[in-house]
Design a protein around this ligand. Structure first.
Ligand code: SAM
Ligand code: DTB
Ligand code: SF4
Length: 332
């Protein structure tokens, strides 16, 4: 299968328009051609620096401009990060993602984060960071430290972007992604749907991701978690079928990427999540918290994966059955 990065918006809109059953069959076929169909990768998130962010992202609980009920926290000490990473490993997560509410890290803060990356790697887990914008020199330092993935989302379409964020440009985001890619770090990049964007905007976001020089290794599709006090609180909810279709189209456009069913799962029924897995999602965030908002309880997720006969992919590409993961969590 050849990977394309020349998708036109019309082609992508056409995929969204085909009958649902045909779209899902196509997505599931692409999925089976490239991945084991009954396996998901799981990552656990930790907010290592919380709130007081200078950026004005309209969806975010952590922007200093949004009046949310959030407890701010300075950069966590290494010991606290390690305690959390060990717990995540015992619960069955193969990747540990650390997020900071920064526009960009200072070099001094990066020194401390690098110690965290090294510590988590020593546990045998994959590492992922999301710290905001990065310079070329910073990505090279992170690569040397052994960082596996960097998450930086495009968030939405270029047209809709300016109504959600004004303090950094779409080009700033593309520049950071290029620095991450050039340093040889795996790219994790996706977006948020359910922010009041149009169907055209969802197609245009996927077009941007699919037409990057190389597809991101991981593509998180977040459903907006509506946080009280943010400008996007009260936005029109996205129809569940449109959400599933977004996952299916992402799978078709980026056949070899992990498509992550990301934020917003607490609002989704088991049936919608099951349809997302059928549409080609093969990764989730695992553990009862995302960065600052709720995620389903680990045991609720394990029970769902068990019902669906889906196994968990571990760091060395072995598998863990949800029942064994449940036993591990119970004894941890
Ligand atoms: N400050 C860094 C940045 O923005 O690049 C890293 C952390 S930021 C919280 C990571 C990503 O989480 C954002 O780019 C956004 O796509 C997603 N996100 C934040 N708040 C969200 C929400 N309420 N619902 C869904 N996704 C959200
Ligand atoms: C991503 O695309 N989703 C995650 C991760 N990358 C860092 C973050 C979701 C954040 C949801 C809102 C919160 O918990 O603050
Ligand atoms: Fe800051 Fe990231 Fe939230 Fe934007 S998404 S306000 S940059 S923490």
């Amino acid at each position: 299968m050849t990977l394309r990065n020349d998708w036109t918006l019309v082609e992508i809109r056409d995929l969204f328009s085909i009958p649902f059953n045909d779209l899902l069959l196509q997505a599931q076929t692409v999925h089976r051609d490239n991945f084991e169909p009954n396996k998901v990768q799981i990552s656990t998130l930790l907010s290592i620096k919380t709130g007081a962010c200078p950026e004005d992202c309209g969806y975010c609980s952590q922007s200093a401009r949004n009046k949310t009920e959030l407890e701010k926290e300075k950069l966590l000490p290494l010991s606290e990060v390690m305690t959390n990473a060990k717990q995540a490993k015992e619960a069955g997560a193969s990747r540990f993602c650390m997020g900071a509410a920064w526009r960009n890290p200072t070099d001094k803060n990066l020194d401390r984060v690098i110690d965290m990356v090294k510590g988590v790697r020593e546990l045998g887990m994959e590492t992922c960071l999301t710290l905001g914008m990065l310079t070329d020199a910073q990505t090279r330092r992170l690569k040397e430290a052994g960082l596996d993935y960097y998450n930086h989302n495009l968030d939405t379409s270029p047209d809709f972007y300016g109504t959600v964020v004004t303090t950094r440009t779409y080009q700033d985001r593309l520049d950071t992604l290029k620095n991450v890619r050039d340093a040889g770090i795996n790219v994790c990049s996706g977006g948020i749907v359910g922010m009041g964007e149009s169907a055209n905007d969802r197609a245009a976001l996927l077009q941007q991701l699919a037409n990057l020089e190389s597809h991101p290794e991981s593509v998180p599709i977040n459903l907006l978690v509506q946080v009280k006090g943010t400008p996007l609180y009260g936005a029109d909810k996205l129809d569940g079928i449109d959400f599933i279709k977004t996952i299916a189209v992402a799978r078709i456009l980026m056949p070899k990427s992990y498509v992550r069913l990301s934020a917003g799962r607490t609002e989704m029924s088991e049936e919608i999540q099951a349809m997302c897995f059928f549409a080609g999602a093969n990764s989730i965030f695992y553990g009862d918290k995302l960065l600052t908002t709720d995620n389903p309880e680990a045991n609720t997720d394990l029970a769902l994966l068990n019902k669906l006969g889906i196994e968990i992919e571990t760091a060395n590409s072995a598998t863990l059955s949800p029942t064994n993961a449940m036993l591990q969590t119970a004894t941890a």
